[in-house]
Design a protein around this ligand. Structure first.
Ligand code: NAP
Ligand code: GCO
Length: 264
C-alpha cells in the first residue's frame, strides 16, 4: 500500500501565515502532520495561528526572518527541543519585486535573492543535520515558472528561482545517501496576494491584460488556486516519493507545455 500519510511527522513551512504556504501546511495537517510555521511579524504569526485554529489545526508559529541565520538557527533549535526533529521542510517564504532591470537598484535585487535563494539555503542547512540523525527527511523548495522562463521586470526573482532549482538538485545530490529527498514544486500562476496586482480589474471593469495573457497561456484556461498545490506537496512530503529526488514538479495547468492560445 503506497503511503501518502504524514501521521506523526513534524513539518516546518516557512512564510505560511497565508497564501501557498498556509494551504500546503493545512493539507499536511489533514494528512496527519504537526504544523510549525514562521512569519516575519508577530501580528502575521497571530493571524496565521487564528486561521489554522479556525481550520481545526493546532499549529505552532514563530516570528523569524528566514534571511537571518541566527534567528533561523534559534527557531530550529527550539522546534527540535519542544516538538521534535523536523521531518519535512517547505521553503515557501518568498518575495518578488517587479521592476525593469535597468531601473532596479542593486539593493532591491539583493533583497529578492536574499529571501528567495539565500534563505532556503540557510533554513535547509539548519534542518538537514537533524534529518541526517533521524535517517530520513523531506525538503520541498517552492520554485516557479521563473525557474525555467524569464519575463520583463522579474530579473531578480527569476535569477533566485532558477538558482533555487539548482540548489534543490544540489541538496538532492549531496544528501540523498542519508535518505533525504529534496524536490521542488513549480507553481504556475496562482491567485494569492503576491499575484493580486496582476489580476486586479481595470478602471473600466475589464480584466487586467496580464490576467487575460496568463489564461491564454494556460491550457487549463484558468489561474491556479492554492488548493491545486496541496496534493503534489503531500506526495513529495510522503514516503510515496522516497525515490523521487532532485525533481521540480511543475503544477502549472500545462503552461510550460503550451505555446499559448492563438489570439482571435
Ligand atoms: P505571498 O502571498 O506573498 O506570501 C509570502 C509569504 O512569505 C508571506 O507570509 C510573507 O510574510 C513570507 N515572507 C516573506 N519574506 C519573509 C522573510 N524574510 N521571512 C519570513 N517570511 C517571509 O506569496 P505566495 O503567492 O503565497 O507565494 C509563496 C511562495 O510561492 C513564494 O516563494 C513565491 O515565490 C512562490 N510562488 C508563488 C506563485 C504565485 O503565483 N502566487 C507562483 C510560483 C511560486 P509577510 O507577509 O510578513 O511578508
Ligand atoms: C510574475 C508572477 C510570477 C508568479 C510565479 C509564476 O510577476 O510573473 O508573480 O512570478 O509569482 O512565480 O510561477
Amino acid at each position: 500500500m503506497v503511503n501518502f500519510s504524514l501521521e506523526g511527522k513534524v513539518a516546518l513551512v516557512t512564510g505560511a501565515s497565508y497564501g501557498i504556504g498556509f494551504a500546503i501546511a493545512s493539507g499536511f495537517a489533514e494528512a496527519g502532520a504537526k504544523i510549525v510555521f514562521n512569519d516575519i511579524k508577530q501580528e502575521l504569526v497571530d493571524k496565521g495561528l487564528a486561521a489554522y485554529k479556525e481550520a481545526g489545526i493546532e499549529a505552532r508559529g514563530f516570528v523569524c526572518d528566514v534571511t537571518d541565520e541566527a534567528q533561523v538557527n534559534a527557531m530550529v533549535a527550539q522546534i527540535e527541543k519542544e516538538i521534535g526533529t523536523i521531518d519535512i521542510l517547505v521553503n515557501n517564504a518568498g518575495i518578488i519585486k517587479r521592476i525593469p532591470m535597468i531601473e532596479m537598484k542593486a539593493e532591491e535585487f539583493r533583497q529578492v535573492i536574499d529571501v528567495d535563494l539565500n534563505a532556503p539555503f540557510i533554513v535547509s542547512k539548519a534542518v538537514i543535520p537533524g534529518m541526517i540523525k533521524k535517517g530520513k527527511g523531506k525538503i520541498i523548495n517552492i520554485c516557479s515558472m521563473m525557474s525555467e522562463l524569464g519575463r520583463e521586470t522579474v530579473s531578480a526573482y527569476a535569477a533566485a528561482k532558477g538558482g533555487l532549482k539548482m540548489l534543490t538538485r544540489n541538496i538532492a545530490s549531496e544528501y540523498g545517501e542519508y535518505n533525504i529527498q529534496c524536490n521542488g514544486i513549480g507553481p504556475g500562476y496562482i491567485a494569492t496576494p503576491q499575484t493580486a496586482p496582476l489580476r486586479e480589474r481595470q478602471p473600466d471593469g475589464s480584466r487586467h491584460p496580464f490576467d487575460s495573457f496568463i489564461v491564454a497561456k494556460t491550457p487549463a484556461a484558468r489561474w491556479g488556486t492554492t488548493a491545486d498545490l496541496v496534493g503534489p506537496a503531500i506526495f513529495l512530503a510522503s514516503e510515496a516519493s522516497d525515490f523521487v529526488n532532485g525533481h521540480v514538479l511543475y503544477v502549472d495547468g500545462g503552461i510550460l507545455a503550451y505555446i499559448g492560445k492563438q489570439p482571435k
